[in-house]
Design a protein around this ligand. Structure first.
Ligand code: ATP
Ligand code: MG
Length: 286
């Protein structure tokens, strides 16, 4: 280094400062900023902290004034209106399901998803997915309604997923499924429906990627910057026989908190989910 070069643009925020700004929802790039000395760093930190706290208070004020509902509630309402407008019928089914229904999904002992189930007494559990209930309704409604028809549910699912930046123990799933369309139309329909949901969620930039699922075998995932927000598939599928479903179908399962993360650029899913530390994405220790 020559004597003229600035001594060091190498001082980073302290761990405590970084943590504080992260909690308040700072853009991750801000956390990488470098400073010439401790004085300018601390002043910048204070400015950023004040700005973020002010934003947070403004968001809470809007919430209190009733101008908005929490993000999760607004997203749910928006998706519901879009899908209902597209001819899908909303259903609400039990959160508590039987061990048998997991077996019928091929989730047996030793299956990775089985390890993630919250068990209750009497061989019942909190649902880790919506598919078993929707399969049941497809069969029952299929006897009453002409095909094709589509149904969807938006509701809580529970998994003992290892805690991390992208997994919650309780999260909100949107599962939509359409039954009885011509088999050749299922794949293009999957892409169309993925587009419909992503547009309604306000996320323009996404990719459809082929993957392998523990439950369904080969599937299509919707990814945003390499992160999964949805897994989707078409049938007939080998599991269909367990549920008395014979017609072709297309189904997509989205995580609403993942969609909020993607849309808002949150680095951590906790901020988008059910929480006591955050209200509507705002950290309460402002
Ligand atoms: P991942 O591989 O990311 O753990 P998955 O493939 O096990 O997800 P699926 O069974 O495909 O998840 O569930 C459909 C969608 O539900 C996922 O694409 C994701 O958006 C959401 N999801 C699944 N598990 C969780 C979780 N623990 N927390 C938040 N969202 C989740
Ligand atoms: Mg998946």
């Amino acid at each position: 280094m020559t004597p003229d070069e600035p001594e060091a643009i190498r001082l980073r925020l302290t761990a405590t400062q970084s943590q504080r700004l992260r909690e308040l929802g700072a853009d991750p790039l801000v956390l990488d900023e470098l400073f010439v000395d401790a004085g300018s760093r601390d002043a910048a930190f204070k400015r950023r902290e004040d700005d973020l706290a002010r934003d947070s208070r403004r968001r809470l004020k809007e919430l209190r004034a009733g101008r908005r509902a929490p993000q999760l509630v607004e997203l749910e309402a928006g998706l519901s209106a879009t899908l209902t407008g597209a001819g899908f019928v909303r259903v609400v089914t039990p959160l508590i399901i039987s061990s048998d229904s997991l077996l019928k999904m091929g989730i047996e002992h030793g299956h990775p998803l089985r390890e993630q189930v919250f068990w209750l007494e009497d061989g019942r559990c909190l649902r880790p997915m919506l598919a078993p209930n929707l399969y049941t309704l497809l069969r029952r409604l299929g006897r009453i309604w002409s095909k094709p028809f589509g149904i969807f549910e938006i509701g809580s699912c529970f998994r003992r997923d290892s805690k991390g930046a992208r997994h919650l123990n309780e999260f909100t799933m949107l599962n939509l499924v359409e039954l009885g369309l011509p088999a050749a139309e299922c794949r293009p329909r999957l892409e169309e429906l993925a587009g419909t949901v992503m547009a309604a969620a306000g996320v323009d930039d996404y990719e459809l990627v082929r993957t392998d699922s523990e439950v369904y075998g080969e599937m299509v995932d919707v990814e945003v910057n390499g992160a999964e927000v949805c897994s989707a598939d078409v049938g007939p599928h080998p599991l269909d026989g367990n549920w008395g479903v014979v017609d072709p179908w297309v189904g997509l399962g989205f995580g609403l908190e993942r969609l909020i993360m993607a849309r808002e650029g949150y680095p951590n899913i906790e901020r988008a989910g059910r929480s006591l530390a955050y209200v509507d994405g705002v950290r309460l220790n402002i």
